[in-house]
Design a protein around this ligand. Structure first.
Ligand SMILES: Cc1ncc(COP(=O)(O)O)c(C=O)c1O
Length: 446
Protein backbone atom coordinates (compact mmCIF):
# COMPACT_ATOMS: atom_id res chain seq x y z
CA UNK A 1 0.00 0.00 0.00
CA UNK A 2 1.65 3.29 -1.02
CA UNK A 3 2.05 5.79 1.83
CA UNK A 4 2.92 8.54 -0.60
CA UNK A 5 0.05 9.97 -2.57
CA UNK A 6 0.44 11.53 -5.99
CA UNK A 7 -1.05 14.70 -4.52
CA UNK A 8 1.73 14.84 -1.96
CA UNK A 9 4.41 14.56 -4.65
CA UNK A 10 2.60 17.11 -6.85
CA UNK A 11 2.47 19.53 -3.93
CA UNK A 12 6.20 19.07 -3.29
CA UNK A 13 7.02 19.64 -6.94
CA UNK A 14 4.91 22.75 -7.24
CA UNK A 15 6.10 24.33 -3.99
CA UNK A 16 8.72 27.07 -4.42
CA UNK A 17 12.31 25.86 -4.13
CA UNK A 18 13.86 26.20 -0.67
CA UNK A 19 16.31 29.14 -0.75
CA UNK A 20 19.84 28.80 0.67
CA UNK A 21 20.29 30.18 4.18
CA UNK A 22 22.89 32.71 5.20
CA UNK A 23 25.39 30.75 7.33
CA UNK A 24 28.75 31.46 8.90
CA UNK A 25 31.34 28.71 9.37
CA UNK A 26 34.25 30.67 10.88
CA UNK A 27 34.35 28.87 14.20
CA UNK A 28 34.11 25.43 12.56
CA UNK A 29 36.98 26.39 10.27
CA UNK A 30 39.12 27.69 13.14
CA UNK A 31 38.53 24.54 15.18
CA UNK A 32 39.29 22.42 12.13
CA UNK A 33 42.68 24.11 11.74
CA UNK A 34 43.47 23.29 15.35
CA UNK A 35 41.96 19.81 15.01
CA UNK A 36 44.16 18.99 12.02
CA UNK A 37 47.25 19.73 14.09
CA UNK A 38 46.07 17.88 17.20
CA UNK A 39 43.79 15.00 16.15
CA UNK A 40 44.79 12.73 13.26
CA UNK A 41 41.94 12.68 10.76
CA UNK A 42 40.36 15.49 12.77
CA UNK A 43 37.81 13.04 14.20
CA UNK A 44 37.44 9.85 16.24
CA UNK A 45 35.23 8.29 13.57
CA UNK A 46 36.03 8.13 9.86
CA UNK A 47 32.42 8.80 8.91
CA UNK A 48 32.34 12.03 10.92
CA UNK A 49 35.60 13.38 9.52
CA UNK A 50 36.22 16.08 6.89
CA UNK A 51 36.60 13.56 4.03
CA UNK A 52 32.90 12.75 4.36
CA UNK A 53 31.57 16.30 4.11
CA UNK A 54 32.08 18.92 1.45
CA UNK A 55 34.66 21.19 3.03
CA UNK A 56 34.03 24.90 2.83
CA UNK A 57 30.27 24.30 2.87
CA UNK A 58 29.86 21.76 5.69
CA UNK A 59 30.22 22.49 9.37
CA UNK A 60 33.08 20.52 10.95
CA UNK A 61 31.99 20.60 14.60
CA UNK A 62 28.53 20.31 16.10
CA UNK A 63 27.83 21.87 19.47
CA UNK A 64 24.48 20.48 20.60
CA UNK A 65 21.27 18.79 19.58
CA UNK A 66 17.61 18.63 20.52
CA UNK A 67 15.18 16.05 19.11
CA UNK A 68 16.24 15.65 15.48
CA UNK A 69 17.90 19.06 15.20
CA UNK A 70 21.52 19.96 15.75
CA UNK A 71 23.42 23.25 16.00
CA UNK A 72 26.98 23.68 14.80
CA UNK A 73 29.62 25.67 16.66
CA UNK A 74 28.71 28.78 14.63
CA UNK A 75 25.06 28.51 15.71
CA UNK A 76 23.67 27.22 12.38
CA UNK A 77 20.71 24.85 12.79
CA UNK A 78 20.31 21.61 10.81
CA UNK A 79 17.72 18.90 10.52
CA UNK A 80 19.51 15.59 11.09
CA UNK A 81 18.54 12.18 9.74
CA UNK A 82 21.88 10.49 10.40
CA UNK A 83 21.38 10.70 14.16
CA UNK A 84 24.97 10.20 15.25
CA UNK A 85 25.48 7.41 12.70
CA UNK A 86 22.38 5.68 14.04
CA UNK A 87 23.26 5.81 17.73
CA UNK A 88 20.42 8.17 18.63
CA UNK A 89 17.10 6.34 18.48
CA UNK A 90 14.84 8.58 20.58
CA UNK A 91 16.31 12.01 19.83
CA UNK A 92 19.13 14.26 21.00
CA UNK A 93 18.82 15.32 24.62
CA UNK A 94 15.84 13.03 25.27
CA UNK A 95 14.53 13.94 28.72
CA UNK A 96 13.92 10.33 29.85
CA UNK A 97 17.46 9.30 29.03
CA UNK A 98 19.00 12.52 30.35
CA UNK A 99 17.20 12.02 33.67
CA UNK A 100 18.27 8.35 33.89
CA UNK A 101 21.92 9.32 33.25
CA UNK A 102 21.82 12.19 35.74
CA UNK A 103 20.27 10.00 38.44
CA UNK A 104 22.90 7.35 37.88
CA UNK A 105 25.73 9.89 37.82
CA UNK A 106 24.65 11.09 41.24
CA UNK A 107 24.67 7.51 42.60
CA UNK A 108 28.02 6.59 41.05
CA UNK A 109 28.89 5.47 37.55
CA UNK A 110 31.48 2.71 37.87
CA UNK A 111 31.89 0.42 40.87
CA UNK A 112 34.17 -2.21 42.36
CA UNK A 113 31.55 -4.95 41.93
CA UNK A 114 28.84 -5.57 39.33
CA UNK A 115 25.63 -3.50 39.45
CA UNK A 116 22.02 -4.75 39.21
CA UNK A 117 21.49 -2.64 36.07
CA UNK A 118 23.57 -5.25 34.19
CA UNK A 119 20.88 -7.79 35.09
CA UNK A 120 18.01 -5.43 34.34
CA UNK A 121 19.19 -4.63 30.82
CA UNK A 122 20.27 -8.23 30.15
CA UNK A 123 16.78 -9.36 31.24
CA UNK A 124 15.16 -6.89 28.82
CA UNK A 125 17.35 -8.04 25.93
CA UNK A 126 16.71 -11.71 26.73
CA UNK A 127 12.97 -11.02 26.67
CA UNK A 128 13.15 -9.20 23.35
CA UNK A 129 15.79 -10.88 21.18
CA UNK A 130 14.92 -14.43 20.09
CA UNK A 131 18.46 -15.90 20.26
CA UNK A 132 19.32 -14.22 23.59
CA UNK A 133 19.63 -16.78 26.38
CA UNK A 134 22.60 -15.01 27.94
CA UNK A 135 24.00 -11.50 27.47
CA UNK A 136 27.34 -9.69 27.89
CA UNK A 137 27.99 -5.97 27.51
CA UNK A 138 30.72 -3.93 25.83
CA UNK A 139 31.07 -0.30 24.83
CA UNK A 140 31.39 -0.33 21.04
CA UNK A 141 30.01 -2.52 18.31
CA UNK A 142 33.59 -3.64 17.66
CA UNK A 143 33.85 -4.96 21.24
CA UNK A 144 30.97 -7.34 20.84
CA UNK A 145 31.62 -8.46 17.26
CA UNK A 146 35.19 -9.28 18.32
CA UNK A 147 33.96 -11.09 21.43
CA UNK A 148 31.61 -13.10 19.20
CA UNK A 149 34.51 -14.05 16.95
CA UNK A 150 36.68 -15.15 19.87
CA UNK A 151 34.00 -17.22 21.56
CA UNK A 152 33.08 -18.87 18.24
CA UNK A 153 36.69 -19.91 17.73
CA UNK A 154 36.83 -21.25 21.27
CA UNK A 155 33.52 -23.12 20.92
CA UNK A 156 34.36 -24.80 17.62
CA UNK A 157 38.13 -25.14 18.01
CA UNK A 158 38.47 -23.69 14.49
CA UNK A 159 40.11 -20.46 13.37
CA UNK A 160 38.55 -19.22 10.12
CA UNK A 161 35.81 -16.54 10.06
CA UNK A 162 33.53 -15.78 7.10
CA UNK A 163 32.01 -12.32 7.06
CA UNK A 164 29.58 -10.21 5.11
CA UNK A 165 29.14 -6.49 5.84
CA UNK A 166 30.97 -4.05 8.10
CA UNK A 167 31.90 -5.25 11.58
CA UNK A 168 34.12 -2.60 13.20
CA UNK A 169 37.74 -1.55 13.55
CA UNK A 170 39.45 -4.66 14.96
CA UNK A 171 42.18 -6.59 13.12
CA UNK A 172 40.09 -9.70 12.41
CA UNK A 173 37.69 -7.69 10.23
CA UNK A 174 39.67 -4.68 8.95
CA UNK A 175 42.15 -7.11 7.38
CA UNK A 176 39.47 -7.84 4.77
CA UNK A 177 39.15 -4.16 3.74
CA UNK A 178 41.16 -1.63 1.75
CA UNK A 179 42.21 0.08 5.00
CA UNK A 180 44.24 -2.85 6.28
CA UNK A 181 47.55 -1.10 7.00
CA UNK A 182 48.89 -2.32 10.33
CA UNK A 183 47.02 -5.63 10.26
CA UNK A 184 49.40 -8.63 10.06
CA UNK A 185 48.90 -10.90 7.04
CA UNK A 186 48.64 -13.85 9.41
CA UNK A 187 45.56 -12.27 11.00
CA UNK A 188 44.05 -10.92 7.77
CA UNK A 189 44.20 -14.42 6.27
CA UNK A 190 41.89 -15.77 8.96
CA UNK A 191 38.79 -13.90 7.76
CA UNK A 192 37.24 -14.23 4.30
CA UNK A 193 34.40 -12.13 2.94
CA UNK A 194 31.46 -13.53 0.98
CA UNK A 195 28.84 -11.68 -1.06
CA UNK A 196 25.41 -10.79 0.28
CA UNK A 197 22.51 -12.70 -1.28
CA UNK A 198 25.01 -15.06 -2.92
CA UNK A 199 24.78 -18.38 -1.12
CA UNK A 200 27.11 -19.97 -3.69
CA UNK A 201 29.93 -17.60 -2.64
CA UNK A 202 29.49 -18.80 0.94
CA UNK A 203 29.30 -22.47 -0.04
CA UNK A 204 32.50 -22.08 -2.07
CA UNK A 205 34.38 -20.77 0.98
CA UNK A 206 33.18 -23.68 3.11
CA UNK A 207 34.18 -26.08 0.33
CA UNK A 208 37.68 -24.64 -0.03
CA UNK A 209 38.35 -24.63 3.73
CA UNK A 210 36.83 -27.91 4.94
CA UNK A 211 36.51 -28.23 8.71
CA UNK A 212 38.15 -24.83 9.32
CA UNK A 213 35.25 -22.36 9.58
CA UNK A 214 34.39 -21.33 13.13
CA UNK A 215 31.52 -19.02 12.24
CA UNK A 216 29.76 -16.88 9.72
CA UNK A 217 29.25 -13.30 10.90
CA UNK A 218 26.99 -11.14 8.80
CA UNK A 219 24.73 -8.13 8.73
CA UNK A 220 21.35 -9.82 8.23
CA UNK A 221 20.14 -6.94 6.07
CA UNK A 222 21.73 -3.78 4.75
CA UNK A 223 20.28 -1.52 2.10
CA UNK A 224 19.35 -4.59 0.04
CA UNK A 225 16.74 -6.98 1.42
CA UNK A 226 17.57 -10.66 1.76
CA UNK A 227 16.61 -12.70 -1.30
CA UNK A 228 14.02 -15.40 -0.74
CA UNK A 229 15.70 -18.23 1.20
CA UNK A 230 19.11 -16.53 1.56
CA UNK A 231 19.18 -16.17 5.35
CA UNK A 232 17.60 -19.61 5.75
CA UNK A 233 20.29 -20.93 3.41
CA UNK A 234 23.09 -19.44 5.52
CA UNK A 235 21.49 -20.99 8.59
CA UNK A 236 21.39 -24.41 6.95
CA UNK A 237 24.94 -24.24 5.55
CA UNK A 238 26.44 -23.22 8.90
CA UNK A 239 24.61 -26.06 10.68
CA UNK A 240 25.67 -28.57 8.06
CA UNK A 241 29.32 -27.58 8.51
CA UNK A 242 29.24 -27.34 12.31
CA UNK A 243 29.94 -23.60 12.25
CA UNK A 244 28.16 -20.92 14.28
CA UNK A 245 25.99 -18.20 12.75
CA UNK A 246 26.36 -14.67 14.14
CA UNK A 247 24.07 -11.82 13.17
CA UNK A 248 25.75 -8.44 13.42
CA UNK A 249 22.64 -6.43 14.33
CA UNK A 250 24.62 -3.35 15.39
CA UNK A 251 22.59 -1.19 13.01
CA UNK A 252 19.46 -3.25 12.44
CA UNK A 253 18.55 -3.51 16.11
CA UNK A 254 16.46 -1.85 17.51
CA UNK A 255 15.14 0.22 14.59
CA UNK A 256 13.95 -2.75 12.55
CA UNK A 257 12.19 -4.02 15.66
CA UNK A 258 13.07 -4.91 19.23
CA UNK A 259 13.39 -8.55 18.18
CA UNK A 260 15.91 -7.46 15.54
CA UNK A 261 16.19 -8.60 11.95
CA UNK A 262 16.24 -12.17 13.25
CA UNK A 263 12.65 -11.85 14.40
CA UNK A 264 11.54 -9.96 11.31
CA UNK A 265 12.96 -12.55 8.93
CA UNK A 266 12.35 -15.57 11.17
CA UNK A 267 15.95 -16.84 11.05
CA UNK A 268 17.53 -17.25 14.47
CA UNK A 269 21.33 -17.08 14.71
CA UNK A 270 23.45 -18.62 17.47
CA UNK A 271 24.79 -15.22 18.53
CA UNK A 272 23.75 -11.62 17.90
CA UNK A 273 25.58 -8.32 18.34
CA UNK A 274 23.55 -5.20 19.10
CA UNK A 275 24.77 -1.76 19.94
CA UNK A 276 24.44 1.48 18.13
CA UNK A 277 20.90 2.38 19.06
CA UNK A 278 20.90 0.69 22.47
CA UNK A 279 21.39 3.70 24.75
CA UNK A 280 20.38 6.76 22.69
CA UNK A 281 23.96 7.81 22.09
CA UNK A 282 25.61 6.53 25.26
CA UNK A 283 28.32 3.92 24.62
CA UNK A 284 26.85 0.49 25.14
CA UNK A 285 26.74 -2.67 23.08
CA UNK A 286 25.72 -6.23 23.82
CA UNK A 287 26.46 -9.74 22.68
CA UNK A 288 23.55 -12.11 23.15
CA UNK A 289 23.09 -15.73 22.29
CA UNK A 290 22.91 -19.43 22.97
CA UNK A 291 23.62 -20.45 26.54
CA UNK A 292 26.10 -23.22 25.71
CA UNK A 293 28.21 -20.81 23.64
CA UNK A 294 27.90 -17.77 25.90
CA UNK A 295 28.82 -19.80 28.99
CA UNK A 296 32.31 -20.16 27.54
CA UNK A 297 32.91 -16.54 28.57
CA UNK A 298 33.54 -17.94 32.05
CA UNK A 299 36.82 -19.02 30.45
CA UNK A 300 37.19 -16.98 27.23
CA UNK A 301 38.65 -13.55 27.97
CA UNK A 302 36.20 -10.73 27.33
CA UNK A 303 36.72 -8.26 30.13
CA UNK A 304 37.00 -4.48 30.35
CA UNK A 305 36.89 -1.82 33.04
CA UNK A 306 33.82 -0.11 31.58
CA UNK A 307 31.75 -3.02 30.25
CA UNK A 308 29.25 -2.67 33.10
CA UNK A 309 29.39 1.14 33.39
CA UNK A 310 26.04 2.14 34.79
CA UNK A 311 25.25 5.55 33.24
CA UNK A 312 25.15 3.85 29.83
CA UNK A 313 23.15 0.92 31.16
CA UNK A 314 20.65 3.31 32.77
CA UNK A 315 20.40 5.07 29.40
CA UNK A 316 19.91 1.70 27.69
CA UNK A 317 17.08 0.79 30.04
CA UNK A 318 15.33 4.12 29.48
CA UNK A 319 15.81 3.83 25.72
CA UNK A 320 14.41 0.30 25.51
CA UNK A 321 11.44 1.30 27.66
CA UNK A 322 10.68 4.24 25.34
CA UNK A 323 11.00 2.08 22.23
CA UNK A 324 8.66 -0.49 23.80
CA UNK A 325 5.83 2.04 24.02
CA UNK A 326 2.98 0.98 21.72
CA UNK A 327 3.45 2.31 18.19
CA UNK A 328 7.03 3.53 18.68
CA UNK A 329 8.79 1.20 16.23
CA UNK A 330 5.84 1.45 13.80
CA UNK A 331 6.35 5.23 13.73
CA UNK A 332 9.96 4.78 12.65
CA UNK A 333 8.77 2.48 9.86
CA UNK A 334 5.98 4.77 8.63
CA UNK A 335 7.99 7.99 8.53
CA UNK A 336 11.04 6.28 7.07
CA UNK A 337 8.93 4.73 4.37
CA UNK A 338 7.40 8.06 3.42
CA UNK A 339 10.86 9.59 3.21
CA UNK A 340 12.21 6.78 1.00
CA UNK A 341 9.22 6.58 -1.31
CA UNK A 342 8.92 10.33 -1.71
CA UNK A 343 12.65 10.70 -2.41
CA UNK A 344 12.38 8.09 -5.14
CA UNK A 345 9.26 9.72 -6.60
CA UNK A 346 11.06 13.08 -6.69
CA UNK A 347 14.13 11.51 -8.34
CA UNK A 348 11.84 9.98 -10.99
CA UNK A 349 10.07 13.29 -11.53
CA UNK A 350 13.39 14.98 -12.29
CA UNK A 351 14.55 12.18 -14.61
CA UNK A 352 17.12 10.99 -12.05
CA UNK A 353 15.68 7.52 -11.43
CA UNK A 354 18.85 5.83 -12.73
CA UNK A 355 21.22 8.29 -11.06
CA UNK A 356 19.98 8.18 -7.49
CA UNK A 357 17.75 6.00 -5.33
CA UNK A 358 16.88 5.69 -1.69
CA UNK A 359 17.09 2.06 -0.57
CA UNK A 360 16.70 -0.03 2.56
CA UNK A 361 14.23 -1.04 5.22
CA UNK A 362 12.16 2.00 6.18
CA UNK A 363 13.67 2.78 9.62
CA UNK A 364 17.17 2.91 8.11
CA UNK A 365 17.55 3.92 4.51
CA UNK A 366 20.45 5.12 2.39
CA UNK A 367 20.61 7.32 -0.68
CA UNK A 368 22.75 5.84 -3.47
CA UNK A 369 24.28 7.77 -6.37
CA UNK A 370 25.20 5.57 -9.29
CA UNK A 371 27.78 5.64 -12.03
CA UNK A 372 31.19 7.28 -12.41
CA UNK A 373 29.85 10.65 -11.18
CA UNK A 374 28.30 9.07 -8.08
CA UNK A 375 30.56 10.74 -5.52
CA UNK A 376 30.36 14.11 -7.31
CA UNK A 377 26.56 13.89 -7.31
CA UNK A 378 26.55 12.97 -3.63
CA UNK A 379 28.84 15.94 -2.91
CA UNK A 380 26.60 18.32 -4.83
CA UNK A 381 23.41 17.12 -3.18
CA UNK A 382 25.09 17.34 0.21
CA UNK A 383 26.29 20.86 -0.57
CA UNK A 384 22.83 22.07 -1.57
CA UNK A 385 21.15 20.32 1.39
CA UNK A 386 23.61 21.81 3.89
CA UNK A 387 22.94 25.30 2.57
CA UNK A 388 19.26 24.67 3.23
CA UNK A 389 19.63 23.32 6.75
CA UNK A 390 19.63 19.55 6.12
CA UNK A 391 22.70 17.70 7.44
CA UNK A 392 22.89 15.26 4.53
CA UNK A 393 25.03 12.14 5.01
CA UNK A 394 23.06 9.91 2.58
CA UNK A 395 21.74 7.85 5.50
CA UNK A 396 18.39 8.16 7.22
CA UNK A 397 18.32 6.61 10.68
CA UNK A 398 14.82 7.37 11.85
CA UNK A 399 14.30 8.33 15.50
CA UNK A 400 11.21 8.91 17.62
CA UNK A 401 11.73 12.68 17.46
CA UNK A 402 11.27 12.86 13.68
CA UNK A 403 7.76 14.13 12.95
CA UNK A 404 5.79 14.14 9.71
CA UNK A 405 6.66 17.84 9.44
CA UNK A 406 10.38 17.06 9.71
CA UNK A 407 10.07 14.47 6.95
CA UNK A 408 8.24 17.03 4.79
CA UNK A 409 10.88 19.67 5.53
CA UNK A 410 13.60 17.25 4.41
CA UNK A 411 11.62 16.39 1.28
CA UNK A 412 11.26 20.06 0.35
CA UNK A 413 15.03 20.38 0.56
CA UNK A 414 15.49 17.18 -1.47
CA UNK A 415 13.09 18.46 -4.08
CA UNK A 416 15.25 21.58 -4.46
CA UNK A 417 18.57 19.68 -4.42
CA UNK A 418 17.35 17.14 -6.98
CA UNK A 419 16.03 19.85 -9.28
CA UNK A 420 19.46 21.52 -9.09
CA UNK A 421 21.21 18.19 -9.68
CA UNK A 422 19.07 17.46 -12.75
CA UNK A 423 19.93 20.89 -14.19
CA UNK A 424 23.65 20.46 -13.41
CA UNK A 425 23.74 17.09 -15.20
CA UNK A 426 21.71 18.40 -18.13
CA UNK A 427 24.05 21.36 -18.55
CA UNK A 428 27.15 19.20 -17.85
CA UNK A 429 28.22 21.61 -15.11
CA UNK A 430 28.33 19.30 -12.08
CA UNK A 431 32.10 19.67 -11.51
CA UNK A 432 31.99 23.43 -11.92
CA UNK A 433 29.19 23.78 -9.36
CA UNK A 434 31.02 21.99 -6.54
CA UNK A 435 32.20 24.45 -3.89
CA UNK A 436 34.62 22.02 -2.23
CA UNK A 437 36.42 18.72 -2.81
CA UNK A 438 34.41 15.62 -3.68
CA UNK A 439 33.60 13.50 -0.60
CA UNK A 440 35.50 10.21 -0.26
CA UNK A 441 34.36 6.68 0.54
CA UNK A 442 35.70 5.33 3.85
CA UNK A 443 36.68 2.09 2.08
CA UNK A 444 37.74 2.20 -1.56
CA UNK A 445 36.41 -0.41 -3.94
CA UNK A 446 39.01 -3.22 -3.83
C1 LIG B 1 27.04 -3.44 11.27
C2 LIG B 1 28.09 -2.84 12.13
N1 LIG B 1 28.81 -3.65 12.92
C3 LIG B 1 29.76 -3.19 13.75
C4 LIG B 1 30.04 -1.84 13.81
C5 LIG B 1 31.12 -1.34 14.72
O1 LIG B 1 30.58 -0.59 15.75
P1 LIG B 1 31.47 0.50 16.53
O2 LIG B 1 31.80 1.57 15.56
O3 LIG B 1 30.57 0.94 17.64
O4 LIG B 1 32.67 -0.21 17.04
C6 LIG B 1 29.30 -0.95 13.03
C7 LIG B 1 29.57 0.48 13.07
O5 LIG B 1 29.16 1.25 12.23
C8 LIG B 1 28.32 -1.47 12.16
O6 LIG B 1 27.61 -0.66 11.35
Amino acid sequence: MPVVSEDHIRALLSAPPVPPQARRLERSQALKREGEALIPGCSQTFSKGPTQFVQGVAPVYLQRGSGCRVWDVDGNEYLDFSMALGAVTLGYGDARVAEAIARQAREGISFTLSHPLELEVARLLAELIPCAEMVRFGKNGSDVTSAAVRVSRAFTGRDLMLCCGYHGWQDWFVGTTTRRRGVPDAVAGLTKAFAYNDLASLEALFASHPGRVAAVIMEPVGLVEPAQGFLEGVREVTRRHGALMIFDEIVTWPRVGLGGAQQRFGVIPDLACVGKGLANGMPSAALAGRRDVMQLFEEVFFSSTFGGETASLAAAKATIEALREPGAIETLWERGRRLRESYNALAEAYGLGQATRCLGLSPRTGVMFNGPDGLAMKTYVQQECLKRGLLFTATHNMCLAHTDEDVDAALRVYRTALELLAAALRERRLGALLEGPVVQPVFRKP
